[in-house]
Design a protein. Structure first.
Length: 203
């Protein structure tokens, strides 16, 4: 199926309106959409909201386009570990992706934490928007000495110390911002394609 010509109600949510590279960004948007739809059964994908689809696609592509230190993998068969703090607004899509998709030939292991006290070093930790500022600070403190990609969903969380954060743009689209100093501190590297679609902090 040619998604580049298909009129999709989801596409405007994913396109970053960056005049520097519109063709590249449109392509990335389509890749994000295809990735999430391909990962889930049709019934699940159809039932999920646009917001859940877009954010789950972003999280999956953050895994694909981030490089972690070799020490985060015991061997070539070690999986990527993804955790979510408490409940989320992703409507089960992230779990579906973890079950069906791989990244760099590695499987994805999903874990849900009841509290940050349950945290064990993982590659990505998603912190939903309902988490309080006090809990956010506890997350940052708990993960500070590990190469964990902390992804938030609260205005200002990236500036407060998270590595990445979802943002609602003025044109109604959902974007992602990246805190490069925090990424460097945690020994994480983002590829160029991800940097081009994100809003950069501390460049």
């Amino acid at each position: 199926m040619d998604y580049s010509s298909r009129k999709s109600p989801f596409l405007p949510w994913t396109v970053c309106r960056d005049k520097r590279a519109p063709d590249r960004l449109a392509t990335v948007a389509i890749v994000l959409l295809v990735a999430i739809l391909a990962a889930c059964p049709v019934s699940v994908a159809d039932a999920a909201s646009v917001e859940a689809k877009v954010k789950s696609a972003y999280l999956y592509n953050l895994l694909r386009r981030t490089t972690w230190p070799d020490s985060m993998f015991k061997d070539e068969n070690s999986p990527y570990r993804v955790a979510v703090l408490g409940r989320d607004n992703l409507e089960g899509l992230l779990e579906k992706i973890a079950k069906k998709k791989k990244v760099n030939k590695r499987s994805i292991v999903f874990q849900r934490l009841k509290s940050i006290d349950q945290y064990q070093p993982c590659h990505m930790l998603y912190v939903p928007g309902y988490v309080t500022p006090e809990e956010q600070q506890a997350v940052l403190k708990k993960t500070s000495r590990t190469p964990c990609l902390v992804v938030g969903d609260t205005p200002g969380f990236a500036r407060a110390g998270a590595t990445a954060n979802f943002v609602d743009r003025e044109d109604g689209t959902i974007g992602i911002e990246l805190n490069l100093p925090q990424a460097k501190k945690r020994h994480l590297k983002f590829d160029q394609q991800l940097l081009e679609v994100a809003e950069i902090l501390g460049d």
